[in-house]
Structures are given as C-alpha cells and as structure tokens.
Design a protein around this ligand. Structure first.
Ligand code: ASP
Length: 580
C-alpha cells in the first residue's frame, strides 16, 4: 500500500495511529540528534522525524534524501513539541519506522517554494515542476471549481453540453485563423475555430434550445498578458430569447460563481450603454471599482484664447480626489505617462483646488478666478482635489484620458483585486470603421442582429446602427460578450452586403448558415465568457498564463515541448506543401 492518508490531513485526532504516507521531499533539516523531513503532496505537508533512538541505517537513509525525492514512509502519529499553527498538520509529526525511496530526483532547476527563485523562462521549460508549487496548483484548483460550478448552474438551467468540431473552416471573430493542411485533400486547409459561433447557431436551428460548451478556441493574434493563441471559452446559446433573458440568466451564472467559489454576494449587475461608457469613461470596459467619471468642459473652457483648448474638438477631465498635494514631480510623471507613444497625448492641464480654497491652474493666464470657480464646480470639486484635463479629437482624447484615469486610480490604490465591480455594457454599435481596409467591419461578428429600429439607418448612417450586443465587464476587463443573432436569411444577406461581401462570396463562405435559416431557424442569441480571464480575475492575477496548466509564452511557443517546430520534408510532401 502506498498511503493510508494524504500529507495534508493528519491532526491531533490521529495520535497514536500507524500511517503510511507518500510524497515528495520538500526539505530536510539535520539537527544533530534529530532529522526532520517535510513530505509534500497535493494536499499539504507533513513533518517526519527521526532521532538517535532510531536504528542507524534508517537515520542515515533519511539524511541522504535530496529535495524532491519521492518517498514512502510508515510511522506513528505523535504530538509535536514546537507546533506550527500555519500548517493544517502543524500539531503532529510522524515518528518514522520505515522509509522507502520510490524514486530519486535531480536537484530541481529552481526551488519548489511559494516564492521561487526561478525566472519565467526556466519555470516554463520545467512547467511540470512549476506545477508542484502551491500558488500555481491553487490556480488550477480554482479553475476546476469554476468549471464545475459553471456546469452545475447551466445543467440546472437545462443547458446541454455539446461538442463542436475543431477542424472546421474560418469563423470570423476578427482574428487570423490557425490552419491545418489536409493530407487527403491536397492544397486544402481546415481552420481551427476562433469560436464555435456558427455551430452553436446551427444547434439552435436543430432545436437544442440551450447549448453550452467549455471549449478551446484559437486565434492567431499578437500575444499579450491576457491573450493566448489557444484559450477556453464558456460558450453558450439559447433559442426563443431576447437580450433581457440572456442578461438575466448569465448574470445568474456570474452570481452563482462568486457565491459558491468566493462566498461573495455580487448584487445586481449595473448596466450602461456603450455610448455612456465612452462618454463617461472613454472605454467600452470601464473599471467601476471607483468613480472618477469624465467631465466635459467645452462650454466652460473653450473660447478663452487658450489655443490648446480652443483648437480641440473635446476638452475633458477627471477629478483626482484628494490629490491637490501632488508635487510638481508627480504631475510631470503623469504628463510623461500620457505622452508615452502607447498613449500619445500631447499634454495635461491641471487645476489644483488647494486646501485653503484657492485655485491654481497650469493655464492660469487664460482664465480669471470666476472661470476657475466654474471649472472646479463642473467637477463638484472640493478643497484638496486635483482636476486633470486633456484636449483633442474626441475619440482619441477619451482613450487617452481613460489611461490616465486608470493610472491615477492605481496610484490611489483604488483598484483593489479583492473588490469586484461587474458591469453590463449594452447597445454596442453594429459596425466599426476600419481605416486600413477603408470599410466597415462587424464590431462583434457578422451574425449579430442590428436593433430593429436602427435597420433603416444601415444605408445612410451605418456607423450609427446599434446592435443587440452586450459585454460583461469585471474590474475593467471584458469577461464575456454576446449578441442576439440574425435568424433571417434576408437580413443576414443584407449584413454580408454591408460588410463588403458579394452575394457569391457570402454564399460560398456562409451558404450553410444562410441555407439553414430557410429551414425554420428560431430567434436566438448567446454569449461566450473568456474562461481563462474569469479564472484570473477570481485568482486576483493579471496574466491568464498563470491559470493555464501548459501555456504558451509571448512568442506563442511552448518551450517545454519545443513547439512549434519544423516538420520533415516527408511530412511536407505528404501534405502537398512545397519543400523549400
Ligand atoms: N462567438 C462570440 C465570441 O467568441 C461570442 C458570442 O457571440 O456568443 O466572442
């Protein structure tokens, strides 16, 4: 027998029992008369003790154990002299009577501790060792819990988990496809799904009514901390629903997850239109853990002869509450922050509302005290506040001020990872102008339904057409998004036309869906949640890599298995791919 107990469960209640434990050597301490070994498994750590009363072969065997050796011990549970209240097993230790080395181990390339000395690259190369560390394993335990609770909730709501294929053809979600050559069909390729979008819609046509899947999706994009080329979605679709039904049902899912996994009552999730979000926060995923809404100042600050403001389309600012004491240096640092090429703003104007009630602005020359008063009033500012104002072209300046708002909030400690502010953003635009290609693209995807009342605008003001599309945002991160779909062939064809497809192209690429719509497609809609991001939010970490067992690095590589890698000329020839 390898074990009677795990390394995480023995307590004073087990005193006197003879037990068998197996695990990895976490560390050993030799104190002359006594040798202590910590043995670790997934469940915890238990202290083993050997002393001079033991037979010498047993003791020397214990002394020779190296870190990460796999051992099996038999012994008696005894009370510890110096207890460790931080450890579940901290009140007992095992007086060992026999010790087997099940497998020796080389010294690991980094320490298997919560705070390891291993850098990113090394940890990725030896990911199987990294996964022995508590913080990494705990993230995967959390991931498991969230997956189980998701399945539980959706099952109770009568959703069916259906698997959709992985070798498909392009489903447009706005990224590049990963493709797989087909040996049996020379010169032809499958695409890996960017999402199961078209399949889940077809399942609605088939009458499945409520579908979900925890599913891998693939997008060939440039990588960032919150992106991986393959990632997991909680993908869902429902028939005979309107937007309201979907928001309610999935608000229920999110609340269920917070309640069961974190013990948090989330309360009702507020809603905001896309327009409001852009106007008030300059972002379609505002972080609402704190306020600091934008205040538009065109009426107050333009026309005073200050060219920076007079020439701008929009003058807009935020109130950094309580920051009037910011030093020149701090203000310069904020200015440098927004001038970085990634943000690209030209400058920052401030108005200090000093504790003594006086007002001091970096544009004092152009404004009398009455105007400064008005300026402060527009923000509802109080003594001690600092107003930060930017000016420029509307969309650009909003984006730039959004960055500043987030930075100031971070400096003020307002972005606490243990605080959760969810938000539904609704009424997204249907189409988005793309400078590079000089035409409109679907903001969500081409299957998203326009709001019926906006359909007449499709020809005249396509940019103003709103969609029945929504995102769930938590703490400034987009966690999920979806839409009510088009279920009518005519309207879907019209959408394709507006997206620049000829009828032939539309038929060729999406004929199967257009055809399906002629065989009794019910009204339907759905949503998908980025599962990795959701887990990362629950774990309170920024990078989704840390919640994935075997992630890729920033160059899209798995350095452990060394992939991607070249393939042989024979394989290439078999796939009818020209050998260079
Ligand atoms: N397919 C969409 C996505 O992957 C989600 C949805 O519309 O349900 O973002």
């Amino acid at each position: 027998m390898h074990r009677t107990h795990t390394c995480g469960e023995l307590t004073l209640a087990d005193l006197g029992k003879t037990v068998v434990l197996s695990g990895w050597v976490q560390k050993s301490r030799d104190l002359g008369g006594m040798t202590f070994i910590d043995v670790r498994d997934r469940y915890g750590v238990t202290q083993l003790v050997f002393d001079t009363a033991d037979d010498e072969t047993l003791r020397s065997k214990a002394r020779e154990l190296g870190r990460e050796y796999v051992i099996k011990v038999t012994g008696r549970v005894i009370e510890r002299e110096s207890k460790n209240p931080k450890l579940a097993t901290g009140e007992i230790e095992i007086k060992v009577s026999s010790l087997d080395v099940l497998n020796a181990a080389k010294l690991p390339p980094f320490t298997i501790e919560d705070d390891t000395d291993g850098g990113d690259d090394l940890r990725m190369k030896y990911r199987y060792l990294d996964l022995r560390r508590n913080p990494v394993r705990n993230n995967l335990v959390l991931r498991h819990r969230l997956a189980q609770e998701t399945r539980k909730y959706l099952d109770l709501q009568h959703f069916l988990e259906v698997e959709t294929p992985v070798l498909i053809k392009s489903t447009p979600e706005g990224a590049r496809d990963f493709v797989v050559p087909s040996r049996m069909n020379p010169g032809e390729f499958y695409a890996l799904p960017q999402s199961p979008q078209t399949f889940k819609q077809l399942l609605m046509v088939s009458g499945f009514d409520r579908y979900f899947q925890l599913v891998k999706c693939f997008r060939d994009e440039d990588l960032r901390a919150d992106r991986q080329p393959e990632f997991t979605q909680i993908d869902c679709e429902m028939a005979f629903v309107e937007q309201e039904d979907i928001l309610n049902l999935f608000e229920g899912l999110v609340k269920h997850l917070f309640k069961t996994v974190k013990g948090i009552d989330l309360g009702e999730v507020p809603r905001m239109t896309y327009d409001q979000a852009m106007r008030l926060y300059g972002s379609d995923k505002p972080d609402l853990r704190f306020g600091m809404p934008f205040v538009e100042l065109n009426d107050i600050l333009k026309g005073a002869g200050f060219p920076v403001f007079d020439n701008a389309e929009l003058v807009v600012g935020i109130n950094a509450v309580g920051c009037a004491s910011y030093t020149r240096k701090q203000l310069d640092a904020l200015t440098d922050f927004i001038k970085r090429p990634q943000i690209g703003a030209t400058g920052l104007i401030y108005l200090r509302y000093n504790e003594n009630g006086s007002l001091k602005s970096s544009a004092d020359k152009f404004y009398g005290s009455e105007q400064l008063q008005q300026w402060a009033q527009a923000f509802g500012a109080k003594p001690g506040d600092l107003l930060l104002v930017m000016a420029g072209q509307t969309d650009k300046v909003r984006k730039q001020l959004n960055e500043l708002r987030l930075e100031v909030a971070a400096q003020l400690g307002l972005r606490d990872k243990n605080n959760y502010a969810p938000l539904w953003v609704v009424d997204f635009p249907l189409l988005e102008w793309d400078e590079a290609s000089g035409r409109y693209h679907a903001m969500h995807h081409p299957f998203t339904s326009p709001k019926p009342e906006d359909i007449p605008l499709l020809d005249s003001r396509p940019g103003d057409v709103r969609a029945n599309a929504y995102d769930l945002v938590i703490n400034g991160t987009e966690i999920g998004g979806g839409s009510i779909r088009i279920h009518d062939r005519e309207l879907q064809s019209l959408m394709f036309k507006h997206l620049g497809f000829t009828p032939e192209e539309a038929q060729k690429q999406f004929g199967f869906l257009l055809d399906a719509f002629t065989y009794g497609a019910p009204p339907h809609g759905g949503i998908a949640f980025g599962f990795d991001r959701l887990v990362a939010i629950f774990a309170g970490i920024d990078s989704i890599r840390d919640v994935i067992a075997f992630p890729k690095n920033n160059s899209g590589k798995d350095v452990m298995i060394d992939s991607p890698a070249p393939i042989s000329d024979e394989q290439l020839a078999e796939l009818s791919i020209a050998v260079k």
